[in-house]
Ligand binder design. Sequence first.
Ligand SMILES: *Cc1c(COP(=O)(O)O)cnc(C)c1O
Length: 394
Amino acid sequence: MTAHGGGKHSKAVHSGHRAAEHHGAVSVPIYQCSTFAFPSAEEGAARFSGESKGLIYTRLGNPTIAALETCVAELEGGCGAVGAATGMGAVSTVLLTFLGAGSHLVGTHPLYGPSRGLVDRHLSRFGVSASWVGAADLEGMRAAVRPETKLIYVETPANPTLDLVDLAGAAEIARAAGVPLVVDNTFAGPHLQRPLAWGADVVLHSMTKSLNGHADVVAGIVVAREPATLARLRETAMTFGITMDPHQAWLVLRGIRTLGMRVERAQENARALAAWLERHPAVEWLRYPGLPSHPQHELAQRQMDGPGSMIAFELKGGVEAGRRVMNAVRLVTLAVSLGGVESLIEHPASMTHKGVAAEEQLRQGITPGLVRLSVGCEDLEDLRADLEQALAQA
Ligand SMILES: *Cc1c(COP(=O)(O)O)cnc(C)c1O
Protein backbone atom coordinates (compact mmCIF):
# COMPACT_ATOMS: atom_id res chain seq x y z
CA MET A 1 0.00 0.00 0.00
CA THR A 2 1.27 3.45 -0.89
CA ALA A 3 1.09 6.61 1.21
CA HIS A 4 -2.17 7.69 -0.42
CA GLY A 5 -4.09 4.45 0.28
CA GLY A 6 -4.57 1.19 -1.53
CA GLY A 7 -8.02 1.60 -3.09
CA LYS A 8 -8.53 1.81 -6.86
CA HIS A 9 -10.15 5.24 -6.78
CA SER A 10 -7.52 6.63 -4.39
CA LYS A 11 -4.73 5.40 -6.64
CA ALA A 12 -6.39 6.83 -9.76
CA VAL A 13 -6.75 10.22 -8.07
CA HIS A 14 -3.30 10.44 -6.42
CA SER A 15 -0.76 7.96 -7.81
CA GLY A 16 2.36 9.36 -9.42
CA HIS A 17 2.16 12.78 -7.78
CA ARG A 18 3.62 14.33 -4.63
CA ALA A 19 2.68 18.00 -4.48
CA ALA A 20 5.61 18.79 -2.12
CA GLU A 21 8.05 17.88 -4.90
CA HIS A 22 6.46 20.46 -7.24
CA HIS A 23 6.11 23.67 -5.18
CA GLY A 24 2.83 22.34 -3.78
CA ALA A 25 1.15 22.12 -7.20
CA VAL A 26 -1.94 19.97 -6.71
CA SER A 27 -1.92 18.75 -10.30
CA VAL A 28 1.28 17.38 -11.89
CA PRO A 29 3.09 20.21 -13.74
CA ILE A 30 3.82 19.75 -17.44
CA TYR A 31 7.58 19.61 -17.94
CA GLN A 32 7.39 20.75 -21.55
CA CYS A 33 11.08 20.57 -22.35
CA SER A 34 13.20 18.39 -24.58
CA THR A 35 16.40 18.45 -22.54
CA PHE A 36 17.63 18.96 -18.94
CA ALA A 37 20.67 21.02 -17.87
CA PHE A 38 23.52 19.20 -16.11
CA PRO A 39 25.04 21.02 -13.09
CA SER A 40 28.51 19.87 -14.21
CA ALA A 41 30.26 17.86 -16.92
CA GLU A 42 30.98 15.18 -14.31
CA GLU A 43 27.30 14.91 -13.37
CA GLY A 44 26.30 14.74 -17.05
CA ALA A 45 28.69 11.84 -17.53
CA ALA A 46 27.38 10.14 -14.36
CA ARG A 47 23.80 10.38 -15.64
CA PHE A 48 24.77 8.82 -18.96
CA SER A 49 26.70 6.02 -17.27
CA GLY A 50 23.75 5.30 -14.99
CA GLU A 51 25.67 6.14 -11.79
CA SER A 52 23.37 9.12 -11.20
CA LYS A 53 19.59 9.03 -11.61
CA GLY A 54 19.16 12.62 -12.80
CA LEU A 55 17.26 13.65 -15.92
CA ILE A 56 18.92 13.83 -19.36
CA TYR A 57 16.55 14.19 -22.30
CA THR A 58 12.76 13.74 -22.68
CA ARG A 59 12.93 10.71 -25.00
CA LEU A 60 14.83 8.97 -22.16
CA GLY A 61 12.63 10.24 -19.30
CA ASN A 62 10.57 13.23 -18.15
CA PRO A 63 8.84 13.94 -14.79
CA THR A 64 5.34 14.39 -16.26
CA ILE A 65 5.59 11.14 -18.22
CA ALA A 66 7.07 9.43 -15.14
CA ALA A 67 4.05 10.52 -13.06
CA LEU A 68 1.70 8.85 -15.54
CA GLU A 69 3.87 5.72 -15.69
CA THR A 70 3.86 5.42 -11.89
CA CYS A 71 0.10 5.90 -11.76
CA VAL A 72 -0.71 3.20 -14.33
CA ALA A 73 1.89 0.83 -12.84
CA GLU A 74 0.24 1.20 -9.41
CA LEU A 75 -3.25 0.68 -10.85
CA GLU A 76 -2.07 -2.53 -12.55
CA GLY A 77 0.09 -3.74 -9.65
CA GLY A 78 3.31 -3.68 -11.69
CA CYS A 79 6.84 -2.57 -10.79
CA GLY A 80 6.77 0.26 -13.33
CA ALA A 81 5.63 1.24 -16.83
CA VAL A 82 6.83 2.78 -20.10
CA GLY A 83 4.63 5.34 -21.84
CA ALA A 84 4.25 5.09 -25.62
CA ALA A 85 3.07 7.54 -28.27
CA THR A 86 0.08 5.30 -29.17
CA GLY A 87 -1.46 1.98 -28.23
CA MET A 88 0.18 0.47 -31.32
CA GLY A 89 3.45 1.93 -30.02
CA ALA A 90 2.89 -0.09 -26.83
CA VAL A 91 2.19 -3.25 -28.87
CA SER A 92 5.32 -2.58 -30.97
CA THR A 93 7.46 -2.01 -27.87
CA VAL A 94 6.49 -5.40 -26.48
CA LEU A 95 6.90 -7.36 -29.72
CA LEU A 96 10.23 -5.68 -30.62
CA THR A 97 11.55 -6.44 -27.13
CA PHE A 98 10.82 -10.16 -27.04
CA LEU A 99 10.91 -11.27 -30.70
CA GLY A 100 13.73 -11.54 -33.25
CA ALA A 101 14.64 -13.48 -36.39
CA GLY A 102 13.63 -17.12 -35.98
CA SER A 103 11.40 -16.57 -32.98
CA HIS A 104 7.77 -17.63 -32.70
CA LEU A 105 4.75 -16.12 -30.98
CA VAL A 106 1.58 -17.84 -29.80
CA GLY A 107 -1.39 -15.46 -29.89
CA THR A 108 -5.13 -15.65 -29.44
CA HIS A 109 -7.78 -14.51 -31.89
CA PRO A 110 -9.55 -12.25 -32.36
CA LEU A 111 -7.18 -9.38 -31.62
CA TYR A 112 -7.30 -5.68 -32.33
CA GLY A 113 -6.92 -5.74 -36.17
CA PRO A 114 -3.64 -3.77 -36.48
CA SER A 115 -1.99 -5.84 -33.67
CA ARG A 116 -2.60 -8.98 -35.70
CA GLY A 117 -1.48 -7.17 -38.88
CA LEU A 118 1.77 -6.04 -37.22
CA VAL A 119 2.73 -9.67 -36.64
CA ASP A 120 1.40 -11.21 -39.87
CA ARG A 121 2.40 -8.50 -42.34
CA HIS A 122 5.42 -6.78 -40.78
CA LEU A 123 7.27 -8.89 -38.20
CA SER A 124 7.02 -11.79 -40.68
CA ARG A 125 9.40 -9.74 -42.92
CA PHE A 126 12.00 -10.02 -40.15
CA GLY A 127 11.68 -13.79 -39.73
CA VAL A 128 9.11 -13.91 -36.91
CA SER A 129 6.41 -16.59 -37.14
CA ALA A 130 3.15 -16.96 -35.23
CA SER A 131 0.47 -19.50 -34.33
CA TRP A 132 -3.04 -18.22 -33.61
CA VAL A 133 -5.54 -20.04 -31.42
CA GLY A 134 -9.09 -19.20 -30.33
CA ALA A 135 -9.40 -17.08 -27.18
CA ALA A 136 -11.11 -19.90 -25.24
CA ASP A 137 -8.82 -22.68 -26.54
CA LEU A 138 -6.25 -23.19 -23.76
CA GLU A 139 -5.39 -26.70 -25.00
CA GLY A 140 -4.70 -25.26 -28.46
CA MET A 141 -2.47 -22.64 -26.82
CA ARG A 142 -0.49 -25.28 -24.94
CA ALA A 143 -0.09 -27.39 -28.10
CA ALA A 144 1.03 -24.40 -30.20
CA VAL A 145 4.10 -23.72 -28.02
CA ARG A 146 7.39 -24.67 -29.74
CA PRO A 147 11.02 -24.61 -28.62
CA GLU A 148 11.46 -21.29 -30.45
CA THR A 149 8.34 -19.69 -28.88
CA LYS A 150 9.32 -16.46 -27.13
CA LEU A 151 5.98 -14.94 -26.16
CA ILE A 152 2.30 -15.66 -25.52
CA TYR A 153 0.13 -12.69 -26.49
CA VAL A 154 -3.56 -12.40 -25.56
CA GLU A 155 -6.35 -9.83 -25.50
CA THR A 156 -9.28 -10.21 -23.10
CA PRO A 157 -12.05 -9.26 -23.55
CA ALA A 158 -11.11 -9.54 -27.22
CA ASN A 159 -11.87 -6.85 -29.75
CA PRO A 160 -14.58 -6.98 -31.17
CA THR A 161 -16.28 -10.28 -30.19
CA LEU A 162 -15.79 -9.99 -26.39
CA ASP A 163 -14.41 -13.54 -26.19
CA LEU A 164 -12.43 -13.99 -22.97
CA VAL A 165 -9.08 -15.63 -22.29
CA ASP A 166 -8.68 -17.46 -18.97
CA LEU A 167 -5.74 -15.46 -17.59
CA ALA A 168 -4.73 -17.91 -14.85
CA GLY A 169 -4.79 -20.76 -17.38
CA ALA A 170 -2.76 -18.83 -19.96
CA ALA A 171 -0.24 -17.79 -17.27
CA GLU A 172 0.23 -21.42 -16.27
CA ILE A 173 0.98 -22.36 -19.91
CA ALA A 174 3.43 -19.45 -20.25
CA ARG A 175 5.18 -20.42 -17.00
CA ALA A 176 5.53 -24.05 -18.12
CA ALA A 177 6.96 -22.84 -21.45
CA GLY A 178 9.30 -20.36 -19.73
CA VAL A 179 8.02 -17.42 -21.81
CA PRO A 180 6.29 -14.18 -20.79
CA LEU A 181 2.51 -13.80 -20.98
CA VAL A 182 1.55 -10.43 -22.43
CA VAL A 183 -2.02 -9.14 -22.04
CA ASP A 184 -3.61 -6.29 -23.97
CA ASN A 185 -5.88 -4.99 -21.17
CA THR A 186 -7.36 -2.10 -23.18
CA PHE A 187 -10.98 -3.31 -23.18
CA ALA A 188 -11.35 -3.89 -19.43
CA GLY A 189 -8.76 -1.44 -18.11
CA PRO A 190 -7.15 -1.69 -14.66
CA HIS A 191 -10.32 -0.66 -12.83
CA LEU A 192 -12.03 -3.90 -13.93
CA GLN A 193 -9.18 -6.35 -14.57
CA ARG A 194 -5.56 -6.65 -13.38
CA PRO A 195 -3.83 -9.41 -15.37
CA LEU A 196 -0.54 -9.27 -13.38
CA ALA A 197 -2.47 -10.58 -10.37
CA TRP A 198 -3.44 -13.65 -12.47
CA GLY A 199 0.18 -14.36 -13.39
CA ALA A 200 0.76 -12.26 -16.52
CA ASP A 201 4.24 -10.74 -16.94
CA VAL A 202 3.43 -7.69 -19.07
CA VAL A 203 0.23 -5.67 -19.53
CA LEU A 204 -0.30 -3.09 -22.25
CA HIS A 205 -2.95 -0.49 -22.98
CA SER A 206 -4.13 1.80 -25.67
CA MET A 207 -4.64 4.75 -23.28
CA THR A 208 -6.57 6.34 -26.15
CA LYS A 209 -9.51 4.33 -24.77
CA SER A 210 -10.81 4.21 -21.18
CA LEU A 211 -7.66 5.35 -19.35
CA ASN A 212 -7.78 8.76 -21.02
CA GLY A 213 -11.48 8.43 -21.75
CA HIS A 214 -12.23 11.74 -23.47
CA ALA A 215 -11.55 11.07 -27.17
CA ASP A 216 -8.91 13.82 -27.27
CA VAL A 217 -5.57 11.94 -27.09
CA VAL A 218 -3.91 8.88 -28.64
CA ALA A 219 -1.43 7.18 -26.29
CA GLY A 220 -0.22 3.81 -25.04
CA ILE A 221 1.61 2.23 -22.11
CA VAL A 222 3.34 -1.04 -21.18
CA VAL A 223 3.43 -2.23 -17.54
CA ALA A 224 5.90 -4.87 -16.31
CA ARG A 225 5.85 -7.15 -13.30
CA GLU A 226 9.67 -7.37 -12.96
CA PRO A 227 12.31 -4.58 -13.06
CA ALA A 228 14.52 -6.54 -15.50
CA THR A 229 11.64 -6.79 -17.99
CA LEU A 230 10.81 -3.11 -17.51
CA ALA A 231 14.43 -2.15 -18.30
CA ARG A 232 14.32 -4.12 -21.57
CA LEU A 233 10.97 -2.58 -22.57
CA ARG A 234 12.19 0.94 -21.78
CA GLU A 235 15.35 0.42 -23.83
CA THR A 236 13.22 -0.62 -26.84
CA ALA A 237 10.81 2.31 -26.53
CA MET A 238 13.67 4.82 -26.17
CA THR A 239 15.75 3.43 -29.04
CA PHE A 240 12.91 3.02 -31.53
CA GLY A 241 11.55 6.43 -30.50
CA ILE A 242 8.16 5.09 -29.44
CA THR A 243 8.05 7.21 -26.27
CA MET A 244 5.37 9.80 -25.52
CA ASP A 245 5.22 13.57 -25.16
CA PRO A 246 4.89 15.37 -21.76
CA HIS A 247 1.74 17.28 -22.70
CA GLN A 248 0.11 14.09 -23.96
CA ALA A 249 1.09 12.37 -20.68
CA TRP A 250 -0.48 15.18 -18.65
CA LEU A 251 -3.77 14.94 -20.56
CA VAL A 252 -3.96 11.18 -20.01
CA LEU A 253 -3.15 11.59 -16.31
CA ARG A 254 -5.99 14.09 -15.98
CA GLY A 255 -8.30 11.56 -17.64
CA ILE A 256 -7.19 8.79 -15.28
CA ARG A 257 -8.10 10.85 -12.18
CA THR A 258 -11.79 10.04 -12.89
CA LEU A 259 -11.25 6.52 -14.32
CA GLY A 260 -13.29 4.57 -11.78
CA MET A 261 -16.27 6.92 -11.85
CA ARG A 262 -16.42 6.93 -15.64
CA VAL A 263 -15.95 3.18 -15.98
CA GLU A 264 -18.57 2.36 -13.35
CA ARG A 265 -21.16 4.70 -14.79
CA ALA A 266 -20.62 3.49 -18.36
CA GLN A 267 -20.80 -0.10 -17.12
CA GLU A 268 -24.09 0.57 -15.35
CA ASN A 269 -25.49 1.94 -18.62
CA ALA A 270 -24.07 -1.02 -20.59
CA ARG A 271 -25.59 -3.61 -18.22
CA ALA A 272 -29.04 -2.10 -18.66
CA LEU A 273 -28.72 -1.59 -22.42
CA ALA A 274 -27.35 -5.11 -23.03
CA ALA A 275 -30.21 -6.73 -21.11
CA TRP A 276 -32.74 -4.60 -22.99
CA LEU A 277 -31.14 -5.06 -26.44
CA GLU A 278 -30.86 -8.83 -26.03
CA ARG A 279 -34.66 -9.05 -25.77
CA HIS A 280 -35.32 -6.53 -28.55
CA PRO A 281 -37.16 -8.14 -31.49
CA ALA A 282 -34.72 -6.63 -34.05
CA VAL A 283 -31.67 -8.23 -32.40
CA GLU A 284 -30.53 -11.68 -33.61
CA TRP A 285 -27.84 -12.27 -30.94
CA LEU A 286 -25.89 -10.19 -28.44
CA ARG A 287 -22.60 -10.72 -26.63
CA TYR A 288 -21.92 -9.04 -23.26
CA PRO A 289 -19.78 -10.63 -20.52
CA GLY A 290 -22.25 -9.48 -17.85
CA LEU A 291 -25.13 -11.58 -19.21
CA PRO A 292 -25.63 -15.32 -18.55
CA SER A 293 -25.95 -15.80 -22.35
CA HIS A 294 -22.21 -15.05 -22.75
CA PRO A 295 -20.53 -18.48 -23.06
CA GLN A 296 -17.79 -17.39 -20.62
CA HIS A 297 -20.01 -15.50 -18.18
CA GLU A 298 -18.59 -17.41 -15.19
CA LEU A 299 -15.01 -16.66 -16.22
CA ALA A 300 -15.95 -12.97 -16.50
CA GLN A 301 -17.29 -13.07 -12.95
CA ARG A 302 -14.13 -14.78 -11.71
CA GLN A 303 -11.38 -12.72 -13.32
CA MET A 304 -13.01 -9.31 -13.84
CA ASP A 305 -14.38 -6.83 -11.29
CA GLY A 306 -17.17 -6.07 -13.75
CA PRO A 307 -18.20 -6.80 -17.36
CA GLY A 308 -17.35 -3.34 -18.72
CA SER A 309 -19.07 -1.15 -21.26
CA MET A 310 -18.54 -2.92 -24.61
CA ILE A 311 -21.41 -4.75 -26.34
CA ALA A 312 -21.32 -6.76 -29.60
CA PHE A 313 -24.55 -7.66 -31.38
CA GLU A 314 -26.04 -8.60 -34.71
CA LEU A 315 -29.42 -7.57 -36.07
CA LYS A 316 -31.94 -9.93 -37.66
CA GLY A 317 -31.51 -8.10 -40.98
CA GLY A 318 -27.71 -8.67 -40.95
CA VAL A 319 -25.27 -6.23 -42.58
CA GLU A 320 -27.93 -4.02 -44.19
CA ALA A 321 -29.93 -3.64 -40.98
CA GLY A 322 -26.74 -2.84 -39.06
CA ARG A 323 -25.85 -0.16 -41.59
CA ARG A 324 -29.32 1.44 -41.28
CA VAL A 325 -29.02 1.53 -37.48
CA MET A 326 -25.51 3.05 -37.60
CA ASN A 327 -26.79 5.72 -39.99
CA ALA A 328 -29.86 6.42 -37.84
CA VAL A 329 -28.29 7.00 -34.41
CA ARG A 330 -28.27 10.63 -33.21
CA LEU A 331 -26.91 10.69 -29.66
CA VAL A 332 -24.62 7.68 -30.17
CA THR A 333 -21.79 8.64 -32.54
CA LEU A 334 -20.77 6.56 -35.55
CA ALA A 335 -17.01 6.31 -34.96
CA VAL A 336 -14.28 3.83 -34.09
CA SER A 337 -12.47 3.88 -30.71
CA LEU A 338 -14.07 3.03 -27.38
CA GLY A 339 -14.04 3.52 -23.62
CA GLY A 340 -14.80 7.24 -23.67
CA VAL A 341 -17.49 9.30 -21.95
CA GLU A 342 -19.38 9.39 -25.26
CA SER A 343 -21.15 6.34 -26.72
CA LEU A 344 -19.75 5.12 -30.06
CA ILE A 345 -21.01 2.59 -32.57
CA GLU A 346 -19.05 0.95 -35.43
CA HIS A 347 -18.94 -1.97 -37.88
CA PRO A 348 -15.80 -4.10 -37.28
CA ALA A 349 -15.91 -6.10 -40.57
CA SER A 350 -15.64 -2.95 -42.72
CA MET A 351 -13.83 -0.65 -40.24
CA THR A 352 -11.55 -1.69 -37.32
CA HIS A 353 -11.02 -5.25 -38.60
CA LYS A 354 -11.04 -4.47 -42.34
CA GLY A 355 -7.37 -5.51 -42.50
CA VAL A 356 -8.28 -9.09 -41.52
CA ALA A 357 -9.19 -11.25 -44.57
CA ALA A 358 -12.92 -12.08 -44.89
CA GLU A 359 -12.59 -15.84 -44.26
CA GLU A 360 -10.27 -15.16 -41.32
CA GLN A 361 -12.82 -12.70 -39.90
CA LEU A 362 -15.46 -15.45 -40.00
CA ARG A 363 -13.12 -17.96 -38.34
CA GLN A 364 -12.66 -15.44 -35.52
CA GLY A 365 -16.39 -14.84 -35.08
CA ILE A 366 -16.33 -11.39 -36.71
CA THR A 367 -19.52 -11.93 -38.71
CA PRO A 368 -20.44 -9.44 -41.47
CA GLY A 369 -23.43 -8.20 -39.43
CA LEU A 370 -21.60 -7.69 -36.11
CA VAL A 371 -22.05 -4.19 -34.68
CA ARG A 372 -19.84 -2.98 -31.82
CA LEU A 373 -21.23 -0.52 -29.27
CA SER A 374 -19.05 1.31 -26.75
CA VAL A 375 -21.40 2.61 -24.08
CA GLY A 376 -20.56 5.99 -22.53
CA CYS A 377 -21.67 8.08 -19.57
CA GLU A 378 -24.79 9.73 -20.99
CA ASP A 379 -28.22 9.26 -19.35
CA LEU A 380 -29.49 5.72 -19.78
CA GLU A 381 -32.93 6.89 -20.90
CA ASP A 382 -31.44 9.08 -23.63
CA LEU A 383 -29.28 6.22 -24.91
CA ARG A 384 -32.18 3.78 -24.87
CA ALA A 385 -34.45 6.23 -26.69
CA ASP A 386 -31.81 6.86 -29.36
CA LEU A 387 -31.17 3.16 -29.95
CA GLU A 388 -34.92 2.48 -29.96
CA GLN A 389 -35.57 4.99 -32.75
CA ALA A 390 -32.53 3.70 -34.68
CA LEU A 391 -33.59 0.04 -34.32
CA ALA A 392 -37.04 0.97 -35.60
CA GLN A 393 -35.30 1.68 -38.92
CA ALA A 394 -33.46 -1.65 -39.02
C1 LIG B 1 -7.25 0.90 -29.97
C2 LIG B 1 -6.57 -0.36 -29.58
C3 LIG B 1 -5.19 -0.54 -29.79
C4 LIG B 1 -4.32 0.47 -30.51
O1 LIG B 1 -4.27 1.69 -29.85
P1 LIG B 1 -3.97 3.12 -30.57
O2 LIG B 1 -3.94 4.04 -29.42
O3 LIG B 1 -5.09 3.36 -31.52
O4 LIG B 1 -2.67 2.98 -31.29
C5 LIG B 1 -4.61 -1.72 -29.35
N1 LIG B 1 -5.36 -2.68 -28.74
C6 LIG B 1 -6.69 -2.55 -28.54
C7 LIG B 1 -7.46 -3.64 -27.88
C8 LIG B 1 -7.34 -1.38 -28.95
O5 LIG B 1 -8.67 -1.26 -28.77
